[in-house]
Design a protein around this ligand. Structure first.
Ligand SMILES: [Zn+2]
Length: 248
């Protein structure tokens, strides 16, 4: 259980925490930024293994947690944080309890994933965190927020600040955080280097297109996405252009 999470220093001095034993669909990043006055954690993982027990140093400075959107692989560990923020449009779903299952068929049903695609793996973990772990017990309870975020809000960490960008499309409450000084963008599932998911019942393709068009026009240097490693702006422009072409 001690090796459930992996952490490594990524470009720009930010720490990327991953769950390598989770299958690709649900293997999301937790980003840890250490500020002069306060730490910021972007997203909270799947919540299969408590973060606080595995990575106590993450909590040493009582960080602010920002959730990029209300999907299980990004919010599972949220109840472990004292300060929890997300876009106001995600608050209701988080408060109700997000759909959550580690079984592909059950998760597809809960999320409303269209049946025409390839079915999800039977179990969305590659390995159990410990031998007698029962994936059937996995749940995400209601998550109440201590702060509602809106487009243009600023999060001040002392030596750096981040601007909230409301970028709906994948979900109505998707946000990204932009450090305008360094050009680093924490993008959640708005953009990552892979197939973007726009066919959930809560997704909206025209809205998603507007969000990606907005991103393509911003001064961004480096993207820290919700899934996979960081990538530079050149790749961001390729990805946004490809999506805008494919959905035209
Ligand atoms: Zn998502």
């Amino acid at each position: 259980m001690g090796h459930w999470y992996e952490q490594r220093e990524s470009a720009g001095g930010v720490v990327r925490i991953t769950e390598p034993k989770v299958r690709a669909l649900l293997s999301a990043n937790v980003w840890w930024l250490r500020g002069a006055d306060r730490d910021l954690v972007v997203d909270a993982g799947l919540g299969v293994v408590p973060l606080r027990a595995a990575l106590p140093q993450l909590f040493a400075r009582d960080p602010l947690l920002v959730l990029t959107h209300a999907h299980l692989d990004h919010v599972g560990g949220a109840p472990e944080f004292r300060s929890r923020a997300a876009h106001a449009a995600a608050a209701e779903l988080l408060g109700r309890g997000v759909p959550a299952s580690l079984y592909g068929a059950e998760l597809s049903r809960q999320l409303g994933i269209p049946a025409d695609g390839a079915p999800l793996p039977e179990l969305l973990l590659k390995a159990l965190p410990y031998p007698d772990y029962d994936p059937a017990t996995y749940r995400i309870g209601p998550i109440t927020l201590t702060q509602h975020l809106h487009d243009g809000d600023r999060i001040d960490l002392g030596d750096r600040s981040l601007t909230v960008l409301h970028l709906p499309g994948h979900t109505p409450g998707c946000l990204a955080l932009l450090d305008e000084h360094t050009g680093e963008l924490y993008s959640g599932d708005v953009i990552y280097d892979g197939d973007l998911i726009d066919d959930l019942p809560e997704s909206d393709i025209p809205t998603y297109r507007r969000s990606l068009q907005l991103l393509a026009d911003l001064d961004i240097a480096l993207i820290h996405p919700g899934h996979g490693p960081s990538f530079p702006a050149t790749r961001l422009r390729e990805l946004t252009a490809a999506y805008l072409r494919a959905t035209d």
